[in-house]
Design a protein around this ligand. Structure first.
Ligand code: IPE
Ligand code: IPE
Ligand code: MG
Length: 243
């Protein structure tokens, strides 16, 4: 019989860190203050997730659609990302975290891409938690890119049409080699996926929370994990009967 029982903690947690702007607006502050405070929530979350034994933590930090925001906000977000990389990568490395970026690098400014490459290279042999940072990421774009790669392999004769499979596509996604998320948390009260991990979340458990991202902490993470642990995952099969 298939074993569908939950591990104590989900192996892979993905988070849509939403609500920074509203957190700031509630306090009469500019949206940027919410983004800044969001970094503190991220630091707390990485630490707690690592302590809990989460294997992979994926965070949605900038979507391919977020370029639509006012230029000043985009510039601020890019700057915050750069600052996070400069200030936090060394410490993440020291605590054994392995950093991996997903998303489109083409079109990003060169120094930023170099920072991303350097962080990945520096931490590549670390054996602690894997932190996947989704930056300039869009699920549909990722799928389209994977399909282009499949098509290229077919055209070049490296792959037969009949051999195109789910695994073929999954292997060409940015997340290739990592398990699908077990739990996806979205803060900020919206109940949508906003182009995040479309393929990978086929059987992910979703937990939506009202709290804004800057207020997120270990207690809320634990609350989401407890909700997850009380879910019954069936993957299209039937409830597992106890023996
Ligand atoms: C999430 O907070 C951060 C990013 C999308 C980069 P928002 O900036 O979306 O905050 P709200 O949803 O407007 O409150
Ligand atoms: C999703 O939040 C993207 C990130 C958290 C990086 P958005 O605030 O961009 O999503 P929508 O626009 O409300 O769907
Ligand atoms: Mg938002």
């Amino acid at each position: 019989m298939a074993n569908t029982s939950h591990p104590i903690v989900p192996r892979h947690i993905a988070i849509i860190m939403d609500g920074n702007g509203r957190w700031a607006a509630d306090r009469g502050l500019p949206r940027s203050a919410g983004h800044k405070q969001g970094i503190e929530a991220l630091r707390r979350t990485v630490k707690t997730a690592g302590d809990l034994g989460v294997e992979v933590l994926t965070i949605y930090s900038f979507s391919t659609e977020n370029w639509k925001r006012p230029k000043t906000e985009v510039v601020f977000l890019l700057d915050l990302f750069r600052r996070f990389m400069r200030q936090d990568v060394a410490e993440l490395h020291a605590s054994g975290v392995k950093i991996k970026m997903i998303g489109e690098r083409q079109g990003l400014e060169k120094p930023l891409v170099k920072m991303i490459d350097d962080a990945e290279k520096l931490t590549v042999n670390n054996t602690g938690m894997i932190l996947i940072v989704a930056f300039n990421y869009g699920g549909r774009q990722e799928l389209a890119k994977a399909m282009r790669h499949v098509a290229e392999d077919v055209v070049k004769g490296r792959l037969a049409l009949d051999d195109i499979s789910q695994d073929c596509l999954a292997a060409r996604l940015d997340t290739s080699g990592y398990p699908d998320p077990d739990l996806m948390i979205r803060t900020g009260g919206e109940m949508r996926i906003s182009n995040f991990l479309l393929w990978q979340s086929a059987y992910t458990e979703f937990v939506f929370m009202q709290e804004y991202w800057p207020d997120f902490d270990g207690v809320l993470l634990q609350k989401a994990i407890t909700t997850f642990q009380n879910r019954e995952r069936r993957f299209g099969g039937l409830k597992v009967q106890s023996a």
